[in-house]
Design a protein around this ligand. Structure first.
Ligand code: PXG
Length: 291
C-alpha cells in the first residue's frame, strides 16, 4: 500500500505527492520544518513542535494558512491515514511555487507537506556503549546571520558538520560558535555532567531550542539534578564526567569520547542512564492520542 502524504490540505498517495521545481524551498531552502515522533499511538509534544514551526515561520515572514490547531489535526490525520502507532513525522512548509527570482512576493501560496513514516531506531548497542564525537571545522551559524532557533529548510550548516564528523570517523559532530563556545551536534542538543551539575549551552549562543532538551532539563530538575544553562567550552566536555546529546530522532545518546579524549570513564554514566530511563517512560506516558 502506498504511503499517504498531506499536500496542502489533501491526503494523496506518495506517487502523486509532487512539488514544483519552482518551489522556493527547492530553489533557495526557503521554508521551515519539524521532526516529530509518535510513540504507542500518541504524538509526543505535538503542541510544542507545532508552536516552534509557527515561530520559525513567523521569523522568516512566512504565513501558514492554517491555525496551529488545524495543523495539529492535519498531523494526526496523516499519521492515522498511514495506520501508524510509532512514527516519525516530518512537517515541511516552504514559501511555495514562485519564479527563478528570490522575491517571495512572486510566491502566491506556501506549500505544506506532512510525511509520516516508520521510525528507523538507532541500534541499541549505540545507547549501551555510547558514540564518539569530534569538533568539526564548520562553525554553527551566527545568530545575527541566520538564527539557529529557526528550524529552516537551509540545513547546509548542519549537513557540512555531519559530513565532516563522518569523514573523521565519528558519529556525532560537535559544533562550536564563532567564539569557540560549544553549541550543539549536527541535529541534537548537547549536555555535559560535570562536578555534580548538568550543563547545557544557553539558546542565545546559537542553538535550536530543542524540545527533547527541554524535556530532559525538566526530568533532571525533578530528579534533583542541578541544571544550568551556561556557556561551555570543549574543556568542560573533555573534563566532564558524562556527556550526551538529545533530539527527537536520537532521544538521549551517550557521548563517550570527544576529539580522542575519553569523557569520564569512557562509558555511559549513571546520570545519562537514569535520564534515558525517565525519558523512555515519559514518551510512552505523555502525548496527544491519535485515536
Ligand atoms: N539541534 C538541531 C540543529 C536540530 O536539528 C535538535 C537540535 C534537537 O531538537 P528536538 O526538538 O528534536 O529535540 C535538532 C532536531 C533528522 C532530524 O532527520 C533532525 C532533527 C529533528 C528531527 C529529525 O536528522 N533535528
Amino acid at each position: 500500500m502506498s504511503r499517504m502524504i498531506f499536500m496542502n490540505g489533501d491526503l494523496v498517495p506518495e506517487e502523486e505527492a509532487k512539488v514544483s521545481v519552482f518551489d522556493h524551498g527547492f530553489l533557495y531552502g526557503d521554508g521551515v520544518f519539524e521532526g516529530i515522533r509518535a510513540y504507542g499511538g500518541k504524538v509526543f509534544r505535538l503542541a510544542e513542535h507545532v508552536d516552534r514551526l509557527y515561530e520559525s515561520a513567523h521569523c522568516i515572514l512566512l504565513n501558514i494558512p492554517y491555525t496551529p490547531e488545524e495543523m495539529q489535526q492535519a498531523i494526526i490525520d496523516t499519521v492515522r491515514a498511514n495506520d501508524l502507532h510509532d512514527a516519525y513525522i516530518r512537517v515541511v512548509v516552504s514559501r511555495g511555487k514562485g519564479d527563478l527570482g528570490l522575491n517571495p512576493k512572486n510566491c502566491p501560496g506556501c506549500q505544506v507537506v506532512i510525511i509520516a513514516g516508520k521510525i528507523a531506531i538507532y541500534p541499541e548497542e549505540r545507547y549501551r556503549d555510547g558514540i564518539e564525537a569530534v569538533t568539526v571545522p564548520t562553525r554553527r551559524n551566527v545568530v545575527g546571520a541566520l538564527d539557529p532557533r529557526i528550524k529552516s529548510l537551509n540545513y547546509l550548516n548542519n549537513i557540512l558538520a555531519h559530513i565532516e564528523a563522518a569523514r573523521a570517523g565519528a558519529r556525532e559532530a560537535l559544533m562550536l560558535n564563532s567564539e569557540g563556545y560549544v553549541t550543539e551536534g549536527a541535529a541534537d542538543n548537547i549536555f555535559v555532567y560535570r562536578r555534580g551539575m548538568l550543563l547545557t549551552p544557553p539558546v542565545y549562543l546559537g542553538i535550536l531550542e530543542g524540545i527533547t532538551r527541554d524535556a530532559v532539563m525538566l526530568l533532571a530538575c525533578e530528579e534533583g539534578i542541578p541544571v544550568r544553562e551556561i556557556p561551555i567550552t570543549r574543556h568542560d566536555i573533555y573534563t566532564g564526567d558524562e556527556c550526551f546529546v538529545t533530539g527527537t530522532a536520537a532521544e538521549i545518546m551517550p557521548i563517550v569520547e570527544v576529539d580522542g579524549r575519553a569523557v569520564g570513564t569512557g562509558t555511559p554514566g549513571p546520570v545519562t542512564r537514569r535520564l534515558t530511563e525517565l525519558y523512555r517512560e515519559l514518551v510512552l506516558d505523555e502525548g496527544v492520542p491519535l485515536a
